[in-house]
Design a protein around this ligand. Structure first.
Ligand SMILES: [Zn+2]
Length: 147
């Protein structure tokens, strides 16, 4: 893995697998480990995202921030990746999950001096992807989490 370069962006994703509603810590840990295994199978050094937000709104550390992530093709340097667990083409994010995302993004913006204009969703990068799903995309816009 490459060392993280100075942080300039924050990008929000969903995992896009089956709908996921679990709030039990062990179930969330197993789900995250499943994503990590998928990413390792692609030959990556670790899970591609830096943080995950579970359906209860808890924030989990994933790939340590000292390492560049693997989550937006050609735009990974200096880009913090947050995955919101679930598939927001088939489910709606809960209020607590949205609040967890909003609060963590605010914390990261402050800590790394990232302006709102550089907080994006995956599809905001112009990528050919439905990520982070329709319901999460519109919720993030409505709550003005993304710039
Ligand atoms: Zn994505």
């Amino acid at each position: 893995m490459n060392r993280m370069s100075p942080i300039r962006y924050i990008t929000i994703h969903h995992d896009g697998m089956d709908a996921f509603f679990a709030t039990d810590r062990a179930l969330v840990a197993a789900h995250l480990e499943g994503i990590r295994r998928l990413h390792r199978r692609k030959g990556w050094g670790d899970i591609g995202y830096h943080f995950a937000v579970d359906p209860a709104g808890r924030v989990w550390e994933a790939r340590p921030l000292g390492w560049q992530g693997a989550h937006v093709k050609d735009h990974n340097p200096g880009n913090i990746g947050i995955v919101v667990l679930g598939n927001f083409d088939v489910q709606t994010p809960s209020a607590s999950q949205l609040e967890g995302v909003r609060r963590h993004v605010m914390t990261l913006m402050r800590a790394y001096n990232v302006p709102r204009a550089r907080v994006h969703t995956h599809r905001d990068w112009g990528a050919q992807t439905a990520c982070p799903g329709g319901t999460l995309q519109s919720s993030l816009q409505r709550l003005q989490v993304t710039g």
